[in-house]
Design a protein around this ligand. Structure first.
Ligand code: UDP
Ligand code: MG
Length: 317
């Protein structure tokens, strides 16, 4: 019988663990699916890990790990994929915003041969206007940059063991799970779901963290910003040739003192472009630096008793 692993990243979610574990195990038992739940506490500072341990003591199909500090949701997802032993792995949020009833549908598609089942948002649920606008803008830019339609996509997916292994083999430190499954290819199907209301607690994203996330992911998936630097550079060269000719003609005609405003404007505009370009290049340099250091994506500090302590390389990866 095939095993389904459900990976649940959790950051300060003590109120959600017991409820989510109960809902998922109840559902999967009723559906007759052989399952395990993998909770990754992403350096939570509240009782999240204690809750995971408690759930694990009650139900041996529940296992979990605690990071030594907050490494971010991406890292937590990858740690979960590493610990999961299922033939198929579902990744979902642990606040039940991804409706559990969708899992059996994904499972059916997987049994019918799909290797990736994407959860597609049919509605974005209740989000503030500001959040919706910024998320909308983020996805439009991202879709352009990486040439994949991202607007409705989410981290709610089912992956076949083959795909999980491909993702775990990737050498890069900075990952963008949502886009990587598109990049990987494979036989992909999708199911629609309605984003639910968060069960307990608050969203862990601030506007600032979303902006950082957007820039990091854009640069990890596309070199387009670097090409924009080249294009603006070329455009300003064309502009400066025109101005150079004009200046020379004026000089030869003996009227060269005018145009002070032009000079100041040019200095400002070109200075601005140069700073922006350096910033973009600096950003890529920083990313290269991070990758080159080769530090682990995450560090696991504790695991529940049903996880073998020496499970290949799980401590840092
Ligand atoms: N999360 C995480 N690490 C973080 C931030 C969030 O593991 O640094 C988890 C969080 O516990 C939740 C999921 O990622 O299970 C989605 O986070 P959240 O619900 O806060 O985001 P939203 O649903 O508002 O996009
Ligand atoms: Mg949420």
């Amino acid at each position: 019988m095939s095993l389904l692993s459900v990976v649940l990243p959790a950051y300060n979610e003590e109120q959600n663990i017991a409820n989510t574990a109960g809902v998922l195990s109840g559902l999967l038992e009723r559906e007759g699916i052989d399952y395990e739940l993998v909770f990754i506490s992403d350096g939570s500072k509240d009782g999240t890990y204690a809750e995971i341990r408690k759930a694990s003591a009650q139900n041996p199909r529940i296992k979990g790990a605690q990071f030594s500090r907050n490494f971010g949701k991406e890292a937590a997802i990858f740690a979960g994929l590493e610990l999961a032993s299922g033939d198929a792995v579902v990744v979902m949020d642990c606040d039940l915003q991804h409706p559990p009833q969708t899992i059996p549908l994904m499972w059916e598609k997987w049994k019918a041969g799909a290797e990736i089942v994407e959860g597609i948002k049919s509605s974005r649920g209740k989000e503030s206007l500001g959040y919706r606008l910024s998320a909308g803008l983020f996805y439009r830019i991202m879709s352009r940059l990486i040439k994949i339609d991202m607007n409705a996509s989410s981290d709610f997916k089912l992956l076949d063991r083959k795909v999980v292994n491909v993702l775990l083999e990737l050498p890069e430190r900075n990952t963008f799970f949502r886009a990587l499954t598109f990049w990987a290819g494979f036989r992909t199907e999708s199911v629609e779901y309605e984003v639910q209301k968060r069960q307990f607690g608050k969203s862990k994203w601030s506007l600032w963290s979303l902006m950082k996330y957007a820039v990091t992911n854009a640069t990890s998936f596309s070199t387009m910003p670097l090409q924009i630097v080249t294009v603006t550079g070329a455009a300003s060269i064309v502009g400066s040739v025109i101005l150079a000719v004009q200046t020379l003609v004026r000089y030869l005609m003996g009227a060269s003192v005018e145009g002070f405003t032009t000079v100041i404007l040019l200095i400002l505009i070109i200075g601005g472009f140069i700073m922006l370009s350096l910033g973009i290049i600096g950003h890529y340099l920083a990313r290269i630096y991070e990758e080159v250091k080769g530090r682990p994506k995450y560090i696991i500090s504790r695991v529940t008793d049903n996880v073998p302590e020496n499970a290949a390389g799980i401590w840092k990866r």
